[in-house]
Design a protein around this ligand. Structure first.
Ligand SMILES: Cc1cc2nc3c(=O)[nH]c(=O)nc-3n(C[C@H](O)[C@H](O)[C@H](O)COP(=O)(O)O)c2cc1C
Ligand SMILES: CCCCC(=O)C(=O)O
Length: 359
């Protein structure tokens, strides 16, 4: 059970099984997928009492998103497979709740339309663009131009995908490509692609810090790296001068042997905490998960699948329901812990569940 179980049930009823599996699944044996939620369940919070004060108002300042909610919409591909309005519905719901939307490069709606839909609802809505660096720097540069002219306020470079993870469910279901009638709209009219058609998104082991350097030389937008897990890579990211890190194992969809992000966050915080904003995604399903991640050093967290369940269940209204529920649950969790906001959250609030008082 979690905060979104009913929406997931509804989505599962409505979606074609292969599409549900694509959204729900992880890589290989799905150990990392399971661990992401289980690791939160292995942690408990030591609440403080009788501290007085107003109700918590969790808002955080993020690159290109001042005063944002501490829960972001993580980038997920292909929203039109969940609902006919697809990314437009997600964008409107995110904007209405003051939530940063990280729009996927693999969206089924072009990023300029996504940003426009968000800005119709709220003129200062923050949309970040998620990018897989492409082996051909011209292609990357063109995508960055698209994100910039659309009005995105940051770039999120996903670095955990030198190859695509082994999605066993998709292999069994024969789900390899977007069905006819859908397209990865951001990939239209790119150098080397078919005229009037879309280029494939390439995942390549060639990609290195050098490509990132080239990217940073071509854009003034803040750049966050998504998918860092090793503290040594966090140090390298600081040395490169990036603007933030999202600690993530891609929702358990890439390296199945990867640890849960919440389990490595304390090491990354120890390594580089305070030098740049740390975010986390993977398995965040309740307000207490958000509080735990913030206490262990994250500024904010992303949620992936719950947004897809809301979208499939009821379009824009369903996504709104997801974001409202988690927002209210964060406030409740903070109040129950006796904290007034993100600044009050410190690591000594978090203990292992079942610790028997021995630590
Ligand atoms: C169906 C699906 C599609 C995804 N597509 C992308 C993507 O296009 N780019 C990306 O960086 N991450 C992608 N992710 C990973 C998410 O951004 C995020 O890391 C993950 O979903 C967080 O875990 P959660 O689903 O447990 O909240 C995808 C995840 C799912 C479930
Ligand atoms: C080329 C599509 C990438 C989508 C993705 O990242 C995922 O399904 O996890």
């Amino acid at each position: 059970m979690n905060l979104f179980a009913d929406l997931h049930d509804r989505a599962k009823e409505l979606l074609e099984p292969a599409i549900h599996d694509y959204y729900a699944g992880g890589a290989a044996d799905e150990f990392a997928l399971a661990d992401n939620e289980n690791s939160f369940a292995r942690l408990a919070l030591l609440p403080r009492m009788l501290r007085g004060g107003p109700p918590p108002e969790p808002r955080v300042d993020l690159p290109g998103a001042p005063g944002a909610a501490p829960v972001l919409v993580a980038p997920t591909a292909f929203h039109r497979l969940a609902h006919p309005e697809g990314e437009l519905a997600t964008a409107r719901a995110a904007a209405a709740t003051g939530t940063v939307l990280i729009s996927s490069m693999a969206a089924t709606t072009a990023v300029d339309e996504v940003v426009a839909a968000a800005r119709e609802v709220r003129s200062d809505a923050a949309v970040w663009f998620q990018l897989y660096l492409q082996p051909d720097p011209e292609v990357t540069a063109r995508l960055v131009e698209r994100a910039e002219s659309a009005g995105c306020t940051a770039l999120v470079v996903t670095v955990d995908s030198p190859v695509f993870g082994d999605h066993v469910r998709d292999r069994r279901n024969g789900f390899h490509d977007l069905p006819p009638g859908y397209e990865a709209a951001n990939m239209r009219d790119l150098p080397g692609g078919p005229p009037g058609g879309t280029r494939d998104i390439e995942m390549s082991p060639e990609i290195s810090w050098r490509h990132l350097e080239v990217l940073r030389a071509t854009t003034a937008l803040p750049v966050l790296l998504k998918g860092i897990l090793h503290p040594d890579d966090a140090h390298l990211a600081v040395a490169q001068g990036v603007d933030g890190i999202i600690v993530s194992n891609h929702g358990g969809r890439q390296l199945d042997a990867a640890p849960a992000p919440i389990d490595v966050l304390p090491r990354i915080t120890r390594a580089i905490g305070g030098t740049l904003p740390l975010l986390l995604d993977g398995g965040v399903r309740r307000g207490t998960d958000v509080v735990t991640a913030l206490a262990l050093g994250a500024e904010a967290v992303g949620i992936g699948r719950p947004v897809l369940w809301g979208l499939a269940a009821d379009g824009e209204k369903g996504v709104r329901e997801v974001l409202d529920r988690i927002g209210a649950d964060v406030v409740r969790a903070m109040a129950l812990c006796g904290v007034r906001g993100p600044d009050d959250l410190t690591a000594n609030l978090v203990v292992p569940r079942g610790f028997g008082g021995l630590r």
